[in-house]
Write a protein that binds this ligand. Structure first.
Ligand code: SF4
Length: 156
């Protein structure tokens, strides 16, 4: 990668990590902690991720919060497919990460079995500080990524 391309890659990463539009896929009790992290006291907006979108077509960050059942899995996959590229996923809480305490046939044993996950936030439910830590880790990951620079790929 040339020096200019590398600098542009870095600027694009910086812009993307501080302009996340998230779609909250909230299904269960972890939702309370999501609300707490998103509201004024902890405030996701301080980290450039305060824009909640309730249409996946306007979102580039999917936050899956709570228990996902097998029956709900096709809905989750459809939401993921409808999101804009490049997109990222956070698994929020033990249930989204691994099925949590629900070790049974009705509950998905981790959303990474059906969609790719970038950051796992442990806890049942996680504290808002843990959520912010997960968000910062995602931002570090976005900054380091080779940015999806579509118009350059089309030209070459
Ligand atoms: S991890 Fe705990 S708080 Fe979160 S959705 Fe599962 S059971 Fe509820």
């Amino acid at each position: 990668m040339s020096r200019n391309a590398s600098a542009f890659n870095s600027v694009l990463g910086w812009a993307r990590k501080f302009s996340l539009f998230h779609y909250p896929f909230v299904t269960a009790c972890c939702g309370m902690e999501y609300m707490s992290a998103a509201c004024a006291h902890f405030d996701l907006d301080r980290f450039g991720a305060g824009w909640t979108r309730f249409s996946p077509r306007q979102a580039d960050l999917l936050i899956v919060v709570g228990t996902v059942t097998e029956k709900l899995t096709p809905v989750l996959q459809t939401v993921y497919r409808q999101m804009v590229d490049p997109k990222w996923v956070i698994a929020f809480g033990a249930c989204a990460v691994s099925g949590g305490i629900y070790d049974n046939y009705a509950v998905l044993q981790g959303i990474d079995t059906v969609i790719p996950v970038d950051v796992y936030i442990p806890g049942g439910p996680p504290r808002p500080e843990t959520v912010l830590d997960g968000l910062i880790k995602l931002q570090e990951k976005i900054q380091k990524q080779d940015q999806d620079w579509r118009w350059r790929k089309r030209r070459s």
